[in-house]
Design a protein around this ligand. Structure first.
Ligand code: 26Q
Length: 822
């Protein structure tokens, strides 16, 4: 009987206007007379949201009815960026909105800019999760993301006097994209103790009792697919004090203050995203976040499975759970706990189900990033889970001992418990033991984990448990949304936008590398994108840059292993060279703009020093009359997803210059090449596969290889070695105070001069400088440069996240799409 009532849809500009205006006047209760850009954004967002919601509901119904295996992607980070433009492009009807808004006196770009980024992530790992959600929906997979609804996302970065200042990111003021589900709550237990006894039948029973309860509330975010009606769900959990008698009694006893304090303590759990990237810090609140989110998500998943009334053995046929790094590893223990303590399964039966259900993705080999938790902290917060971990470890070590009786030392190496003071729980080992597949994120990285940190496990389980899924990016956001003009040019040659769903079709544009008109347009689009970035640079830093100069960009989290210090030392080298040139020599040099962007973890002193140095170099170079347009140095503050959408299409050259063997994959390398920029990079992460795809002549590779790193480091510490002479000149300039107080940068210099140059900056400096000279030469021949640019884009098909998701689906999850009928 309700069927005849369907929500309002629109397809023309008039219908769009009617919907937007209705929302502004009624949903927001605002008068059209004072409709500013924010109100126009809100009305537009709500109009599109209505369309999403209709398809979202249908999709969920369809998936429930289809009753097929689902994928659950567990990630503590989802770096989504803005949703409106994505919704308009994926659902369609952006033009209706554009014309409709224009008639009301607004430019759609200004309206889109009103939205705040959903910045629930640090960097690569969080953005990867967001790209995966887009691919999963676009490919019609029945999939959910599960995460935490942080009240504060990654901090906003301001640069004050050359220093990074962190400002809280309170982003929830008005967020039309989330739907609170106050009826979907889970009670989560912490602390307490375990009581063990034998029941009437003689069975051992463990009961986790006491402690405290926090309530998880679900907030749902619709994830629209591209050119499909499939709209998936991202469920984010928010924490609040358990509403129950406990509180009530406190109030009645007059303990008002302590009751409010309880509430605040509960809300702290989902208050803030930890701003570390590739660094593990053993803070109790972080472990609390992990368990809170994992327990709520598993309860939800299990509840959904139980509705199908299947036997437990069918669980892995209905559910695939992917662990985005070790952050959700407690899920392994929690599922085992549910099955044995609550559902009464035998240990072995339960454990088989667990292992079949989980897959684990590793994103790093850096030792300082591997998650470990002190046993005493675990014992206190999650006593029952620690017992289960000990049992998992016991059975695991027993099986290893049986199979490798002669290798006693291996047992302590592979034990989940590290025998240190205090003892530590090694989360990566737990994740490997609790999963049926473990994958790295690029070929080199997947090989490295097999031969280094997880070597023993390859011996124990055999090589088939370990696999590679090279990362990818969604071409919908990173081409269609970020670079509409380039996309349109490509579409005009390919006869439509199908390539956005099958990126290998890009190969067809290689036929136009000798087409003069095509090349000219290609060049003009790049130039226009550089003009757009130059405008942002002017607005945010006050510096004017010449859009005809070579734009050389490095944007990513600031980290020693990513080597922004190598880049800025190279810039100083270039500055010194310009200063010593004659006017004639200067005329021959290609003008450059060196652009940096990225956040440093608030406690990462060395990274903050790098930011400081970049800004100080900029202050000197940008005001030096001898230099003029030949060199400008820019630090763009608050690098985030929406800034990346402007930056990536505007590079001539981007830098991906990590010490070989340290960057697991990198994904911004893919974004830049897909937008027609060339790259300079080391033989590291996905750079290697990018080279294989686009051809060696289309990339500027330099530096030592991963296989030589260990020996070089050893040599630094124990051999006699000399630093690169050009680098020493750079250090001299810094020490003489050319860029301000030399003491401020002594840590940075000393890491290389006195402390073994762990990241091999000196070893790679010469080849880095030389390769930049090659870049200068190459840039002078614009026609050849354009050929490289076009060829590279044409050959980037492999790096779509759709290909990645297909590989996960086939190799790890064993799931099929559930496409909409029609
Ligand atoms: C762990 C414990 C406590 C607090 C924070 C963390 C933490 C948080 C974030 C540890 C690591 C991260 C993020 C890691 C990350 O972004 N890794 C990157 O993942 C990308 C996607 O696979 C790769 O492309 C990058 O190479 C990798 O650095």
């Amino acid at each position: 009987a309700w069927k005849k009532f369907t929500a309002q849809e629109f397809s023309t500009k008039e219908e769009f206007q009617a919907e937007a205006v209705r929302h502004i006047e009624t949903t927001l209760a605002r008068s059209l007379f004072n409709c500013d850009e924010l109100a126009a954004y809100s009305g537009t967002a709500l109009a599109f949201r209505d369309r999403l919601v209709i398809e979202w509901n249908k999709t969920q119904q369809r998936h429930t009815f289809a009753d097929q295996k689902r994928v659950y992607y567990l990630s503590l980070e989802f770096l989504m960026g803005r949703a409106l433009d994505n919704a308009m492009l994926n659902v369609g009807f952006k033009n209706a909105a554009k014309d409709g808004l224009s008639e009301l006196g607004f430019r759609i770009e200004d309206i889109i800019k009103q939205e705040r980024d959903a910045a629930l992530g640090n960097g690569g790992l969080g953005r990867l999760a967001a790209c995966f959600l887009d691919s999963l929906a676009s490919m019609d997979f029945p999939a959910w993301g599960y995460g935490l609804r942080y009240k504060y996302g990654i901090f906003k970065q301001e640069i004050v006097d050359g220093y990074q200042v962190e400002v809280p990111d309170y982003w929830l003021d008005f967020n039309p994209w989330e739907f609170p589900r106050h009826d979907i709550t889970v009670e989560i237990q912490f602390y307490g103790h375990v009581r063990k006894y034998q029941d009437e039948t003689g069975k051992n029973v463990a009961v986790w009792e006491g402690g405290e309860i926090v309530e998880a509330v679900a907030y749902d975010v619709p994830i629209p697919g591209f050119k499909t009606k499939t709209t998936n769900n991202l469920r984010l959990w928010s924490s609040k004090a358990a509403s129950g008698e406990f509180d009530f009694q406190k109030f009645n006893r007059g303990e008002y203050e302590s009751s409010v304090a309880d509430q605040q303590r509960a809300e702290t759990i989902s208050a803030v995203l930890y701003p570390n990237d590739n660094l593990e810090r053993g803070k109790e609140l972080r472990l609390k976040q992990q368990y809170f989110w994992v327990a709520a998500s598993l309860f939800d998943i299990v509840r959904r499975f139980k509705k199908t009334k299947r036997a437990w053995a069918a669980f892995p046929d209905q559910v695939a759970i992917q662990l985005n790094d070790t952050h959700p590893t407690l899920a392994v223990v929690e599922l085992q706990r549910i099955l044995i303590d609550q559902e009464g399964l035998e240990w072995d039966e339960a454990w088989q189900i667990v292992v079949k259900t989980f897959g684990y993705t590793n994103h790093t080999v850096l030792p300082e990033a591997l998650e470990k938790w002190p046993v005493p902290l675990f014992q206190n917060l999650l006593p029952r889970h620690l017992q289960i971990i000990y049992d998992i470890n016991l059975y695991f070590l027993q099986s290893v001992e049986r199979r490798f009786p002669k290798e006693r030392e291996m047992l302590s190496r592979v034990s989940i418990i590290e025998e240190s003071q205090p003892k530590m729980v090694r989360m990566a080992f737990l994740a490997i033991i609790g999963s049926h597949k473990v994958n790295g994120v690029a070929e080199l990285h997947s090989d490295l984990i097999k031969t280094t940190i997880f070597k023993d496990f390859v011996k124990i389980y055999g090589p088939d448990k370990f696999t590679n899924v090279t990362n990818g990016i969604t071409p919908r956001r990173w081409l269609h949304q970020a670079n509409p003009r380039l996309c349109e040019l490509i579409a005009s040659k390919l006869g439509g936008y199908d390539f956005l769903k099958d990126l290998t079709l890009l190969g067809e544009i290689e036929r136009y590398v000798d087409d003069k008109a095509f090349k000219k347009e290609w060049q003009e689009i790049k130039y226009a994108n550089k003009v757009r970035l130059a405008r942002v640079i002017k607005e945010t830093t006050g510096v004017s840059v010449n859009p005809a100069a070579l734009f050389d960009i490095q944007v990513k989290r600031i980290h020693e292993y990513k080597r922004q210090q190598l880049n800025i030392f190279g810039v100083i080298h270039r500055y010194l060279a310009i200063k010593s040139m004659t006017a004639e020599e200067r005329k021959k040099l290609a003008p450059r703009v060196s652009i940096f962007g990225g956040k440093a973890a608030p406690g990462y002193w060395m990274a903050k020093t790098v930011i400081h140095l970049i800004n100080n170099v900029g202050a000197v170079v940008n005001n030096d009359k001898d230099v003029g347009d030949l060199l400008k140095v820019i630090f763009l503050e608050d690098y985030n997803v929406s800034k990346a959408e402007i930056i990536c299409p505007a590079s001539d050259l981007s830098e991906h210059i990590s010490t070989a063997g340290t960057e697991a994959s990198g994904t911004s390398n893919m974004k830049f090449v897909l937008n027609g920029g060339l790259i300079i990079g080391t033989c590291d992460g996905a750079n290697i596969e990018i080279t294989r795809e686009i051809g060696e002549s289309n990339i500027f590779l330099f530096g030592n290889l991963a296989e030589d790193v260990e020996e070089l480091r050893h040599h630094h510490l124990y051999g006699k070695y000399e630093l690169d002479p050009d680098l020493l000149k750079v250090f001299e300039a810094i020490k003489s105070g050319t860029f301000g107080d030399a003491n401020a940068f002594s840590g940075l210099v000393n890491a290389i001069v006195d402390h073994g140059d762990y990241y091999l900056v000196s070893d790679d400096f010469h080849s880095y400088i030389q390769t930049h000279d090659l870049v200068d030469e190459a840039y002078k021949n614009q026609d050849e440069w354009l050929t490289k640019s076009i060829q590279s884009v044409a050959r980037m098909g492999f790096f779509t996240s759709d290909r990645c998701i297909q590989e996960y689906a086939d190799l790890i999850w064993n799931v099929e799409p559930v496409p909409p009928k029609e």
